[in-house]
Design a binder for this molecule. Structure first.
Ligand code: FAD
Ligand code: NAP
Length: 600
């Protein structure tokens, strides 16, 4: 019988293996009767390459060595081939490496990896970087895996934006706008039954079907670009090496020369009793199979206000619980106006309260939920009953469980985000990071895409252009949209001093709203200019319909350094809302009346 057990300790066996790997150019851990081992040995013989063979079935401690090999390489089977100290793999990988010319490269002393680039995360940033690198001729592997929410919601390829972010959000915003248009249309002569009813299930299904088509489109695009897509959870286990676990628990290992981390963020919970059991987040909302009913939204930033806005416009009873201010980080005058418009249109605000306990009163679709909340300013405690509680209190970077400690990537300890330089490089030379996961940058889809593309071009296309994170336009898709680019008034004052800036502003009333007598002077626009710099526009803000569409063009102008003088010399398009920016002549300092008598 062949010897199996060993008197040597696992540490001694590991040292023995390592010594062999370090001592010979090619080491094959084999079994004398294995046909695949035979094939590999013959391949090396045919190539006239000297190899050192360890026949594990004939060796004392062979089976223990095999276990140690699995620990070291992730591969249990034989043959297990090492070339120039690097683990190459089994029979198939060795034959493939020979056919690809990689074996020769390895034998000549070059490092051998399975892929030129491994991208972790198939969202906005990861997809863009993977496709660009592959188009530049690189061998790319992209992992994307969605860990289900506590409610069990999961989704397909494409990341946050496509599945649980921008896309379903904007489509639900559109559903809300259509509801308003129905009301408005009566004033324009449309006559229909007074009973108008919104069907949540139909809307959800249509949106989810569209998302399904996008998921499919991404798969096809990856295949066309020859990016290898692996639907597994990826984590670093050692330098240049990833352990990937698929949803059936199957583990594989993959090596890469370079890595891009694009794992994004997931919604944060409150960590109070009942939050994970009874509440949903935006990750659940867009595919919720039932209408959420009377809803409490906790949080007051983008996600909270956008969701509260469309839910209320769909006819639901919606309350927003605000811990401090609305839209932290945005121009606060604009944020207040966003809130005021929402309040005028039926959204209730519970300001300066935070939930402390959530209890399910009754299960159902939707059920009944009790929320206990505490004032942030006094000892007052309040209670409320809702059908749904949507937690939107920010998002945590997905960096905790991806083995960054194994490779030494540094994080900002306070928020768990990855620190990168102006070229998206982490502190580890072969690891880069892009998108929501990086520290101190804007978390927007086009930012992640742009950074991903440019990074791939710098890595593989000889390009030098860096991602410019300044003057990026953004829009909060609340029922009345708020678009902005550049500095808030507060930040402009802090940066330049109040006396050195001039703010021009105006209210406006969309012509379309005059007939319906809706929200007279409810829209607002302002530009912030630096006097000492030729009145260059450093802040652009608009609250009105289609603010996103308006802001995009002016954002381009700001990239080109537009001044107030140039803005005044633009001839407007009449009658539009955007033309207000070509006719603004009242400074905020003057205190003059900025209301408009008629529609624009
Ligand atoms: P993501 O798109 O989040 O992709 C990361 C991917 O990596 C995910 O699929 C994740 O499951 C996967 N992943 C994570 N860890 C692993 C791992 N270990 N292994 C394998 N895969 C992993 N931005 C806008 O510009 N406009 C908007 O209107 C807008 N609306 C939004 C609305 C909501 C409700 C939310 C939540 C966000 C919104 N955003 C919007 C922000 C936008 O979605 C993000 O900025 C963008 O998706 C970031 O892209 P990313 O590639 O960094 O990450
Ligand atoms: P966010 O900007 O981090 O805001 C978190 C909100 O939750 C804040 O209002 C915060 O209040 C509140 N909050 C935090 N902890 C709380 C607690 N314990 N109790 C009660 N309230 C609490 O998060 P977000 O809205 O999830 O947005 C995340 C990112 O997604 C954004 O930065 C944005 O880039 C992106 N996004 C973009 C769009 C778009 O482009 N239209 C839309 C959605 C999201 P305080 O102010 O008191 O801290």
């Amino acid at each position: 019988m062949a010897p199996t057990g060993s008197s040597a300790s696992p540490a001694e066996l590991k040292t023995r293996i390592q010594t062999l790997v370090d001592s010979y150019p090619v080491v094959v851990f084999s079994k004398s009767y294995c046909p695949y081992c035979q094939k590999v040995k013959e391949l090396f013989r045919a190539l006239d390459i000297d190899i050192h063979v360890e026949e594990l079935d004939l060796l004392e401690g062979g089976s223990d060595m095999q276990n140690i090999l699995q620990e070291m390489t992730g591969q249990k089977t034989v043959p297990s081939v090492f070339v120039n100290k690097a683990h190459l793999g089994g029979c198939d990988k060795t034959v493939q490496a020979h056919e690809d010319g990689l074996l020769t490269k390895l034998l000549e002393g070059g490092e051998m990896y399975d892929y030129d680039l491994i991208v972790i995360g198939g969202g906005s940033g990861g997809l863009a970087a993977s496709k660009e690198a592959a188009a530049l001729g690189r061998k790319v592997l992209m992992f994307d895996y969605v860990v289900p929410t506590p409610m069990g919601t999961a989704w397909g390829l494409g990341g946050t934006c496509v599945n649980v972010g921008c896309i379903p959000k904007k489509l639900m915003h559109q559903a809300a706008i259509l509801g308003q248009s129905l009301t408005d249309s009566r004033k324009f002569g449309w006559e229909f039954d007074e009973k108008v009813h919104h069907n949540w299930g139909k809307m959800k299904e249509a949106i989810q079907n569209y998302i399904g088509s996008l998921n499919w489109g991404y798969r096809v695009a990856l295949r066309d670009k020859k990016v290898t897509y692996n639907n597994s959870y990826a984590e670093f286990v050692e330098p240049h090496k990833i352990k990937a676990t698929n949803k059936r628990g199957k583990v594989t290992y993959h090596t890469g020369e370079k890595f891009i981390i694009a794992t994004g963020e997931r919604p944060r919970y409150l960590n109070i009793p009942g939050d994970k059991d009874c509440c949903i987040t935006s990750d659940d909302l867009f595919s919720l199979s039932y209408c959420p009913g009377k809803t409490l939204v906790v949080g007051a930033s983008y996600v909270a206000l956008e969701c509260a806005g469309f839910l209320a416009s769909l006819g639901l009873d919606v309350t927003v619980m605000v811990r401090s201010i609305l839209l932290r980080g945005f121009d606060q005058e604009m944020a207040e106006k966003v809130g005021a418009h929402m309040e005028n249109h039926g959204v209730k605000f519970l300001k300066k309260f935070v939930p402390t306990k959530i209890e399910q009163l009754e299960a159902g679709t939707p059920g009944r939920i009790k929320v206990i909340a505490q004032s942030t300013q006094s000892t007052e405690v309040i209670e409320g009953e809702y059908n749904t509680v949507l937690i939107a209190v920010g998002r945590d970077a997905c960096t905790k469980y991806i083995g960054l400690d194994k490779v030494g990537v540094l994080l900002n300890e306070k928020n768990g985000k990855i620190s990168v330089d102006d070229q998206e490089r982490t502190n580890i030379p072969y690891i880069y990071a892009i998108g929501d996961v990086i520290d101190g940058k804007l978390q927007l889809t086009p930012v992640a895409i742009h950074a991903g593309k440019l990074l791939a071009r710098r890595l593989y296309g000889g390009a030098t252009l860096k991602c410019d994170y300044v003057n990026v336009c953004t829009t909060v898709f609340t029922p009345l949209e708020y678009g902005c680019c550049g500095l808030s008034e507060e930040n402009a004052i802090a940066l330049y001093g109040e006396e050195h800036i001039e703010v021009y502003h105006s209210m406006f009333w969309p012509l379309e709203w005059t007939i319906t007598a809706r929200d007279k002077n409810g829209c607002y626009a302002k530009v912030i200019c630096v006097k000492l710099d030729d009145y260059r526009v450093v802040g652009f803000h608009v609250l009105g319909p289609n603010a996103g569409e308006i802001t995009q063009g002016f954002g381009a102008a700001m990239k080109c350094g537009i001044t107030k003088y140039q803005l005044d010399n633009v001839i407007g398009i009449h009658p539009t809302c955007a033309e207000v920016f070509t006719t603004m002549n009242i400074t905020k300092r003057s205190g003059m009346d900025i209301t408009k008598k008629g529609g624009c």
